[in-house]
Design a protein around this ligand. Structure first.
Ligand SMILES: C[S@@+](CC[C@H](N)C(=O)[O-])C[C@H]1O[C@@H](n2cnc3c(N)ncnc32)[C@H](O)[C@@H]1O
Length: 195
């Protein structure tokens, strides 16, 4: 069983991050460099804000982070952070992020639907969410931009990966160390957007 207060959870609290998820992003970024200083980043499904915090610290003062979630977050004190409250499946929500910034260097999405206990349903819901974010990412990503997302793994993954390969030069499936061992979530890193 998953123990909520595991090592990464305690480390996150100690270091001022809102969630253990912040380490997944740092871990992935250390390896793939999908976010750099000065970048503009869209964080889809950002609550409680760990990835946004980690992204803000990477992009620095000259960068920008826009976070979206259906849930509220407690304010993040950074001049270059904007929060949009809304449902990602509602077109208006994503459009608002394009009003703040027309072109992003990187889109990250840790968005996850509520799990039902049925792996197929969870996979299908997760894919619907991430496909919506992907379609939007194609509109707002800069050429050579990056896209990182979480997916509840399942049988339609391969078809989706094929679609991603038509839009990005490199697509890689990863399972970061900060992911719980028995989880069926995977992360996919897409680099080099072909606009
Ligand atoms: C695992 S959490 C993200 C954690 C975050 N990366 C962090 O580091 O704090 C997944 C988030 O996706 C959000 N989410 C799920 N479905 C959504 C939807 N349709 N629209 C907006 N947000 C959604 C949830 O509300 C939840 O906050």
């Amino acid at each position: 069983m998953y123990k909520r207060k595991d090592g990464y959870y305690k480390k996150a609290k100690h270091e001022g991050f809102r969630s253990r998820a912040a380490y997944k992003l740092s871990e992935i970024n250390n390896k793939y460099r999908i976010i750099k200083k000065g970048d503009k980043v869209l964080d889809a499904g950002c609550a409680p804000g760990g990835w946004s915090q980690a992204a803000i610290s990477i992009v620095g003062d000259k960068g920008l982070v826009v976070g979206i979630d259906i849930l509220d977050i407690s304010p993040i004190e950074a001049k270059n952070f904007y929060f949009i409250k809304g449902n990602l499946l509602d077109k208006e929500t994503l459009k608002k992020s394009a009003e703040i910034c027309k072109e992003y260097d990187t889109v990250i999405s840790d968005a996850a639907p509520n799990t039902t206990g049925n792996k197929l349903t969870d996979h299908v819901n997760s894919l619907e969410l991430v496909s919506t974010v992907f379609n939007f990412a194609k509109e707002v990503l800069k050429p050579e931009g990056n896209f990182l997302f979480k997916l509840f793994d399942g049988e339609d993954r391969e078809d989706f990966i094929k679609q991603l390969r038509t839009s990005f030069k490199k697509v890689k499936i990863i399972r970061p160390d900060a992911t719980r061992k028995n989880s069926f979530e995977i992360y996919v890193v897409c680099q080099g957007f072909k606009k």
